[in-house]
Design a binder for this molecule. Structure first.
Ligand SMILES: [Zn+2]
Length: 466
C-alpha cells in the first residue's frame, strides 16, 4: 500500500499521493498534490472489500451531517485500489502534531508554547468535542477518533478543527461488520475486549485519551509501571485491566513524566478525566459525554489569561505564570449570571441554594487583562452552541481599574451599576467604567429586562506587582 504513488477515482481522475497524513484503524490517509483533497487507502482489494466500501460511502453520503466539520467522502477509487477521495481543507495538520515535537526537537515549555500553548490546546479540543457532540446528538458514532484523523489548523494562531476518515460514521444502534474498529491505544476497554461495538461512549473514551495527551503529553494508561514492564502490560493497560496514571485511589501506574496536571487541567477537567479513566474504565456509562467535554474544555479555555512575560496562557487561579514563573498581572474576571425577571418585584440574579446560602448561578466566565481584550462570543452571551457560536458580541478591555466595553454586533446593551442607581449603555461607541476592587460593580445585560437572559459583571483582581 505504501508503494502507491498515484491512484485513479471512479471518474478516471488521477491523484498523486504526496504525503502520508496518518494511519488509522484500517487504512492510511494521504495528501494529494494540488491540495484540498486527500485519499484514504484501505487494505483488501477483493470485490467484496470494494462492495463493502461502496455501501459504506453510500450510507455516509445520506447521513444528515452537512453542516458539521467533517470531510465528506467524494469518489471511490478504481481497482486495484480500495479507498476513496475526500475533502481536505488546506493548511490543516493532524492533531498528532500537538502530542510530541518532530524528531530532533525536545519536548519542553518552549515547544508547548510555540504550538499554541494551553489556551489553543483547550480550544481545539473543545471544538473537536463539540463536533463529536453534534454527531452524537444525531445518534451517530464516529467510530475511530485518533490523533491521525482529527485535523487542526497548521498555523498556531488559529484553532479550526476538521474530522477526516468519515467512512466509519454509523448509527449507534445499527449492527454491522465494522463494529470493532479502533486505533491501538485509543479503543475503549470494552471495544478492545470485544465486549462491545463502537458507541458514543467508545468515541468519548478515544477523545479523552487524545485530550489527555494533547494537554499533559502523556498517555493516560502508560505510566511508569507499564512503560518499564513487559510489552504484554501495554496490551493489558489498553484493555482496561490496569489503573490509569492519575487514578484517584490506586497509584500502581503513576507517570513520572508529562506536564504537571495542575498546570494544564482545571479541577473540572481533572474530574472529567477521572470519571473517564477511573470509574469509566470499567463502567462506560460513567464517562462524561462529548457535550459535557465541550462545555468543560471551553470553560477551561475561558479561565486562562495570557502571561505578559512569556505569552503562554495559564489558569488565572494560579498566583504566577506556570510556564515562566512571572507574577500574575492585574486582571478582571468576567462572570456570567442569569437574570430572572420573575425573581422579586423587579427581577434579579438567579440563585441556587448552596451550603445553606442562596448563591448566584454562574453560567460562564472569562478574564480581561491589559494586554488582551476579552471577546464575549455568542456562545458566552446567548448560550449558542452551533454555527455562529464564535461570533463576537461585545469586546472588553482593561486599563488599570477601568474596563472599556464596545458592542461588536450592532446591538445596544444596557449597563447598570450594581446598586442600580446608575445606568448607561454599551453600543458600538466605546464605554468606559471604573471597577471597584473586590466588587462586581457593573452589570451588562445581554437581553431584554423582561426576559430570562445572561448578564455579565467584572471584578478587578490586582496583580502582586501593583
Ligand atoms: Zn509566563
Amino acid at each position: 500500500m505504501s508503494k502507491a504513488r498515484s491512484v485513479v477515482d471512479a471518474n478516471g481522475v488521477r491523484y498523486e499521493l504526496i504525503e502520508l497524513l496518518g494511519r488509522g484503524g484500517q487504512g492510511a490517509v494521504y495528501a494529494v498534490r494540488g491540495g484540498r483533497l486527500a485519499v484514504k487507502l484501505v487494505a483488501g482489494r477483493s470485490q467484496r472489500d470494494r462492495e463493502r466500501m461502496r455501501n459504506q460511502l453510500t450510507h455516509v453520503r445520506r447521513l444528515p451531517v452537512g453542516e458539521l466539520s467533517l470531510a465528506k467522502p467524494l469518489e471511490m477509487l478504481r481497482p486495484p485500489h480500495t479507498g476513496y477521495v475526500m475533502e481536505l481543507l488546506t493548511g490543516m495538520v493532524p492533531i498528532r502534531t500537538l502530542l510530541a515535537p518532530p524528531k530532533g526537537e525536545t519536548t519542553g515549555v518552549e515547544w508547548y508554547l510555540r504550538t499554541g500553548g494551553l489556551h489553543r490546546r483547550l480550544l481545539v479540543l473543545a471544538r473537536a468535542a463539540h463536533t463529536l457532540a453534534q454527531l452524537h446528538g444525531k445518534g451517530l458514532a464516529y467510530s475511530d477518533p485518533s490523533p491521525a484523523n482529527i485535523f487542526i489548523s497548521e498555523d498556531p494562531a488559529f484553532a479550526e478543527v476538521w474530522f477526516i476518515d468519515t467512512d466509519n460514521l454509523r448509527y449507534e444502534s445499527s449492527p454491522g461488520t465494522f463494529a470493532g474498529v479502533y486505533t491501538p491505544g485509543y479503543g475503549a476497554p470494552e471495544l478492545v475486549q470485544g465486549k462491545s461495538g463502537v458507541t458514543t461512549l467508545t468515541d468519548v473514551h478515544a477523545f479523552a485519551v487524545i485530550a489527555f495527551q494533547v494537554l499533559a503529553l502523556a498517555h493516560p494508561f502508560i505510566g511508569d509501571f507499564v512503560n518499564e514492564g513487559e510489552p504484554e502490560l501495554e496490551e493489558q493497560a489498553f484493555a482496561g485491566m490496569i489503573p490509569w496514571v492519575d487514578d484517584a485511589s490506586d497509584d500502581r501506574n503513576r507517570a513520572t513524566f508529562g506536564v504537571p496536571r495542575g498546570w494544564v487541567l482545571s479541577t473540572r477537567l481533572s474530574d472529567a478525566f477521572e470519571r473517564t479513566f477511573g470509574a469509566g474504565r470499567v463502567t462506560p456509562s460513567e464517562r462524561p459525554g462529548a457535550a459535557e467535554w465541550a462545555e468543560r474544555l471551553f470553560a477551561a479555555a475561558d479561565a486562562t489569561i495570557p502571561c505578559p512575560g512569556c505569552r503562554g496562557a495559564f489558569y488565572f487561579n494560579q498566583p504566577r505564570c506556570t510556564w515562566c514563573d512571572a507574577e500574575r498581572p492585574t486582571f478582571a474576571t468576567a462572570v456570567f449570571h442569569l437574570w430572572d425577571p420573575n425573581q422579586g418585584p423587579a427581577g434579579g440574579v438567579l440563585t441556587k441554594p448552596q451550603r445553606g446560602e442562596a448563591r448566584p448561578v454562574i453560567v460562564g466566565h472569562g478574564a480581561v487583562t491589559s494586554t488582551t481584550s476579552f471577546i464575549v462570543t455568542r456562545r458566552l452571551a446567548f448560550d449558542v452552541q452551533g454555527p455562529g457560536a464564535d461570533e463576537p458580541v461585545v469586546e472588553a478591555s482593561l486599563s488599570r481599574d477601568r474596563v472599556s466595553l464596545r458592542s461588536l454586533d450592532g446591538r445596544t446593551y444596557p449597563l447598570f451599576s450594581a446598586s442600580g442607581d446608575r445606568q448607561t449603555e454599551v453600543s458600538d461607541r466605546q464605554q468606559t467604567v471604573r471597577l471597584v476592587l473586590g466588587q462586581a460593580s457593573w452589570r451588562l445585560h445581554l437581553g431584554e429586562m423582561g426576559r430570562l437572559h445572561r448578564l455579565l459583571s467584572f471584578e478587578l483582581r490586582p496583580g502582586r506587582e501593583s
